[in-house]
Design a protein around this ligand. Sequence first.
Ligand SMILES: NCC(=O)CCC(=O)O
Length: 333
Amino acid sequence: MQPIFAPYPQSRFRRTRRTGAIRALTRENTLTTDDLIWPVFIRDGSGLREPVASMPGVARLSVDLVVEAAAEAAALGIPAICLFPYTDPALKTADCREAWNPENLANRAIRAIKAQVPDIAVMTDVALDPYNAHGHDGLVVDGVIQNDETIEALVKMTLAQADAGADILGPSDMMDGRIGAMRSALEGAGHKDVAILSYAAKYASAFYGPFRDAVGATGALKGDKKTYQMDPANSDEALRLVARDLAEGADMVMVKPGMPYLDICRRVKDAFGAPTFAYQVSGEYAMIKGAALNGWIDGERAMLESLMAFKRAGCDGILTYFAPDVARVLRAG
Ligand SMILES: NCC(=O)CCC(=O)O
């Protein structure tokens, strides 16, 4: 694009900013509830709403309350909900077998939501970290995360979630080759319409801290995730990973975290044109909420501005803990 404009005073850019009506006419991007995926935390029990201290306004919900939350989200026009389980420590094992138990918490929640709120899309998390005591996304032998053995486990997890009725699977593990293995397994098992939203460019980030609090993994992680998640210094590598995942059959791709990586969102969208999502992660949410609760920023305006930034960067949608809040604001108009 070659912008052409006359010299001042023929060109006055303030003309198109003068009134709300003219600003609306010339606005380049819009944020709507159609852009939202709402990540929610689930826990065992019933009638339980357990606040997450580091994420004000966010709570772990028992399955019955997650169903209510899904119904509320659907009524607000939010298209998808994404489930993250808080696993009972007694069920965490080195082989992570709870991950593919058809009756595990996540699979029970998928079934309950699909039975009672069939129109909302249910997205899942495909990774082993909720199911072991060391907090890694893969199987670990002698301190080393095992790529290929992990994929075998992820495939079992994939099929259990698809059997439970998941619409979108979200592999967040960053092992090599998992998209192709999951896609073949899904096709082979008759789950041809189950979509994969790949966490294709997931960075080893400090912004995940509050999430680990929410899923009960704070302090559990042995070492770090730098041998599988990306180095925050890298950008070209993100394009190679997205290309690889699309070539293996990913339907949609994700960049994570969000706000510190808007440059990656833009590059991915420009390079591939595929459905591109960003995850505004727990630390980003906590920063905005924390500052707002202290009266340091206008929380509502900062929320809206942060989400519009993803649209401007080329994203088709955003996973955000703000989803119901922003949907209410957008509805109020
Ligand atoms: N696999 C899911 C996450 O790691 C979420 C991170 C966050 O919200 O901080």
